[in-house]
Ligand binder design. Structure first.
Ligand SMILES: Nc1ncnc2c1ncn2[C@@H]1O[C@H](COP(=O)(O)OP(=O)(O)OP(=O)(O)O)[C@@H](O)[C@H]1O
Ligand SMILES: [Mg+2]
Length: 468
């Protein structure tokens, strides 16, 4: 055979063939599985050699142990070692066990998941049989849509909770935080909001809850609404990795429905326990704390999670997020409360002193703000609420004075009005989960004030804006 030099014409088909092979085998199903071996084992993590050059932070690996295959997340990468936190606690890990790279954790939500309760790995935990995966495959660590492509938040909706519909009305695509100390009424208020009929889907992440509360929330509170809801649960006894993943799985499911054009309500109870889980994982991997024991990664993960909620790009629906924040020792300036307040479009503050008076939900109307309230109120409603707040402020600031007998009716007409009307306003705001939902909170308030003043009850004269 003669050694002919290859001309350009002869080379071209060979190069085309090569390019075809490269593009064919570059697909994920042909990806070479990168593997390594366990080197050291500690309480919250293990290290793997041979993977550092191939894995990225936040990717998943599969660990082959004597009892089967277990997932873990890469939480730190050094030149020679990758640090992995096991997803499930208690898996037997041995030195030199094989660990294979899996890549980003992906889920495939589907319509049929509605009505189901799953764990952070999308495994059913409600005893109703297996769940069927859909065709839409998504990574749980997706990023939010670019801000300039997102629709604007414009349309108000009725929650049915009078204290919110009057003082801090909400809009589709808003992100709202409920801030309170422990046992003040966060979960109960969230469960009342989960019943709002303005949504096509409800996705609930229960993070670090007590096991008892989970069934109560799902069975008693959601009731009929469970048909359009999906609950993602990681109870307090589960691993920090599962607790950290629950809100991410939930927001990914919400994104699936949002992209189909649905208005989705995302509830996270509580974001503080999500932050605690990140802190536990970070501490195990040696990340230094920067504020009250919280590592820097908490303050990057929180905005990443919350930014994913909100309105979607044109042609899609919205994700309205309502999350609870436990404020440590009733200190509303703790690092998690502080950083989430800055990211959200509004906050509802629950006060222990109001709960102690038996006024539930213990919402403080003066401290609570919805940054999008103006889009939900009519101009008349806005004026009225401003007047109501002045009365409440006057009533509260003279509370001690009135208790010691320093109040004389007739000396200050504004105070007289506050003393007469604020107890009636407070009465209207009282609401329990079992109570009738309010169809028009302003009409309820107007009716109560008129009855107290002895005026026959006619329909409210405050025009209401149509809500979605
Ligand atoms: N709207 C309400 N009507 C009547 N009682 C209520 C209401 N909200 C809360 N409560 C009472 O307050 C208790 C604590 O409420 P809840 O469990 O919602 O608090 P939490 O802030 O979620 O607590 P934790 O911080 O422990 O999660 C309830 O068991 C109930 O007795
Ligand atoms: Mg709670």
């Amino acid at each position: 055979m003669t050694n002919m030099p290859l001309t350009e014409d002869a080379l071209s088909p060979k190069l085309d063939h090569l390019a075809g092979l490269v593009s064919r085998y570059a697909k994920p199903e042909y990806a070479v599985a990168h593997g390594g071996h366990v080197q050291t084992i500690a309480a919250g993590h293990y290290t793997v050699s041979g993977l550092s050059r191939h894995v990225r932070l936040g990717e998943f690996v599969a660990h082959k142990s004597a009892t089967g295959i277990h997932l873990g997340e890469v939480v730190r990468v050094e030149p020679e070692l990758a640090y992995v936190c096991p997803i499930e606690p208690g898996e037997p890990i041995g030195i030199h066990d094989t660990v294979i790279r899996k890549g980003a954790f992906r889920i495939s939500p589907a319509e049929s998941w509605c009505g189901r309760t799953i764990n952070s790995l999308c495994e059913p935990i409600d005893g109703l049989g297996p769940i069927v995966e859909g065709l839409d495959r998504r990574s749980i660590s997706n990023t939010a849509p670019p801000s300039m492509t997102r629709k604007r938040v414009e349309k108000g909706f009725r929650t049915g909770v009078r204290a919110i519909d009057i003082f801090s009305p909400l809009c589709h695509g808003q992100r709202l935080g409920i801030f309170a100390g422990s046992g003040v009424g966060k979960s109960t208020l969230l469960s009342m909001l989960a019943k709002a009929d303005a949504f096509d889907r409800v996705v609930i992440a229960l993070v670090g809850e007590r096991g008892r509360e989970v069934r109560e929330f799902i069975e008693d509170t959601l009731g009929e609404n469970m048909k359009k809801s999906i609950a993602v649960v990681a109870t307090s006894d589960e691993s920090p990795m599962l607790r950290k993943m629950a809100p991410l799985t939930a927001v990914t499911i919400a994104e699936h429905f949002r992209d189909q054009g649905d208005n989705v309500l995302l509830i996270v109870d509580s974001v503080t326990r999500f932050a605690h889980a990140i802190r536990e994982v970070a501490t195990a991997s040696g990340e230094p704390p920067i504020a009250r024991g919280y590592p820097a990664s908490v303050f990057t993960e929180l905005p990443r999670l919350l930014e994913r909620a909100g309105p979607g790009p044109e042609g899609t629906g919205t994700i309205t997020a309502i999350i609870s924040i436990l404020v440590d020792g009733d200190n509303h300036n703790d690092p998690i409360a502080d950083s989430t307040r800055g990211i959200l479009d509004g906050h509802i503050v629950l006060q222990r002193s109001i709960a102690e008076e038996g006024r539930y939900p213990p919402i403080d109307p003066l401290a609570s703000i919805s940054r999008l309230a103006r889009k939900a109120w009519t101009p008349d409603q806005e004026k009225l609420v401003s007047r109501l707040k002045t009365l409440i402020h006057r009533f509260e600031e003279t509370r001690d004075l009135r208790l010691i007998g320093g109040y004389r009716p007739g000396a200050d007409p504004d105070l007289d009005m506050a003393v007469k009307q604020v107890p009636i306003i407070y009465d209207v705001l009282k609401q329990s989960p079992g109570d009738r939902e309010s169809a028009d909170a302003f009409a309820d308030l107007a009716a109560a004030l008129k009855t107290a003043a002895g005026i026959p009850n006619q329909p409210s004269t405050i025009p209401t804006r149509p809500r979605g």
